[in-house]
Design a protein around this ligand. Structure first.
Ligand SMILES: Cc1cc2nc3c(=O)[nH]c(=O)nc-3n(C[C@H](O)[C@H](O)[C@H](O)COP(=O)(O)OP(=O)(O)OC[C@H]3O[C@@H](n4cnc5c(N)ncnc54)[C@H](O)[C@@H]3O)c2cc1C
Length: 390
């Protein structure tokens, strides 16, 4: 008997889970209230993390990024721009991290190589000539929409159905078990139920709202970040500041633009994120520190989205107002233990690690269903993103 799984959310997380579960033989339906990748995923930096960003403060997340960075290069080569990255020290304080950073990279299995400053400036002629050190890492760049569509295209090829503009407004119950979702078609307002054997909550920063439908607390903390794009490709590769994660510490070249980001602050409501104007100014100033003249390029866009961080407390963090200390790792939950059998949640992580997150979710679901088909996403290459539209 084929089990039917409804996945709520078509960001990178839900899309990767759909891919994983279809390969394990489940029948999958994805329901998304907007377009594919229309929320956090579609407004992220598009950085395929080497893992180096997290080696100093979150080594498990660094290791996860490094492992899946290497895998995704093989699985979706068409989607990725494998241009690499540099960590550069802009002042003495940055420089003081260098030895610990290189040591932490080695321990976390993150490839990193210090290069002479002259070589860094040859590779990136627009970089601030006053940098004090440069370390090469294996960052890459992706288009978040293509990244997500590639997972969904492959899932569709294996039988998944994807319903966009379909919002989950409630859960359906069979006795004490979750047995589907009640949805509203946002185009015509029609409401109907979709029955399922299992429901996966991959609603990102909205995961808490889905949990509330089952009176289950979800360990998610929405933490917003602002990014600013200017209309010139100032750098060829990703440029990171050689320091623990900080505001404005990364510039990503995206097509003909350069995107500087990001900030970090917890928000109550991920649907309405007011971008503080001083953050825009701070991002442009950070860009200027990396690249003199950065802000002379025309402003192309300002955006913000909320990371669905894994955190036990839904309260705003007071001791760590930027929530920089909250892990970028992830966890998968079977809510049978919370009195909602049939409901599962997947929280946290990064787009870079969405395949790995989905593998763990698939294992948790297999454990619950007794199905033993193993994960195959490490081997099966993804279809091109445009196969989604076929
Ligand atoms: C500013 C910023 C920059 C980032 N940069 C990077 C980066 O460079 N590299 C990287 O790897 N990661 C990055 N991240 C992290 C990454 O973007 C997130 O971890 C990831 O996108 C989360 O994906 P998700 O699918 O869980 O959430 P989302 O993308 O938000 O997807 C959840 C989906 O659920 C849908 N949904 C919600 N409620 C319902 C409902 N009731 N019914 C139906 N659908 C519903 C939403 O519409 C949404 O599309 C960044 C995050 C931020 C905020």
């Amino acid at each position: 008997m084929t089990l039917h799984v409804v996945i709520i959310g078509a960001g990178s997380t839900g899309a990767a889970v759909a891919h994983d579960l279809t390969l394990r033989g489940y029948r999958v339906t994805v329901v998304e209230r907007g377009e594919v990748a229309c929320e956090t995923t579609g407004r992220n930096h598009g950085l395929l993390h080497s893992g180096a960003r997290y080696v100093l403060n979150d080594p498990p997340a660094a290791r996860e990024c490094a492992e899946d960075n290497a895998l995704m290069r093989k699985l979706m080569p068409d989607i990725l721009e494998l241009n690499g990255g540099l960590f550069v020290a802009l002042n003495e304080e940055d420089l003081s991290y260098k030895e610990a950073f290189l040591e932490a990279c080695a321990q976390a299995g993150v490839p990193a190589e210090e290069i002479p400053i002259k070589e860094a400036l040859r590779l990136e002629p627009n970089l601030n000539p006053r940098i004090l050190a440069a370390v090469k890492v294996q960052d890459g760049v992706f288009d978040p929409f293509h990244f997500t569509l590639a997972f969904l295209a492959t899932a569709k090829h294996h039988g998944a159905a994807v319903h966009t503009y379909t919002e989950v407004v409630d859960l359906v119950w069979n006795g004490r078990s979750v047995s589907g979702v009640k949805v509203r078609d946002r185009r015509d307002g029609r409401e109907y139920a979709i029955g399922a054997d299992l429901v996966v909550n991959a609603a990102g920063p909205w995961a808490g709202r889905i949990g509330a439908m089952a009176h289950v607390h979800i360990a998610v903390l929405p933490v917003a970040g602002t990014m600013v794009a200017v209309g010139r490709r100032w750098v060829r590769r990703v440029i990171n500041r050689l320091c623990p994660p900080c505001d404005g510490g990364i510039i990503v070249p995206q097509r003909r633009n350069s995107v500087v980001g990001t900030t970090s602050w917890p928000v109550e409501n991920p649907d309405y994120i007011a971008i503080p104007p001083e953050q825009v100014e701070a991002m442009l100033a950070a860009g200027e520190e990396f690249i003199p003249g950065f802000r002379s390029a025309p402003l192309r866009g300002i955006s913000a989205a909320a990371r669905p961080l894994l955190h036990e407390s839904s309260q705003l963090v007071t001791a760590d107002p930027g929530a920089r200390g909250v892990t970028r790792g992830f966890s998968c939950f079977n809510h049978a233990r919370d009195g909602a059998p049939g409901l599962f949640s997947i929280i946290g992580g990064k787009t870079t690690t969405s395949r790995l997150m989905a593998e763990v979710m698939g294992d948790v679901i297999n454990e619950a269903t007794g199905i033993t088909n193993p994960c195959r996403t490490r081997e099966v290459p993804l279809l091109p993103y445009h196969a989604f539209y076929v």
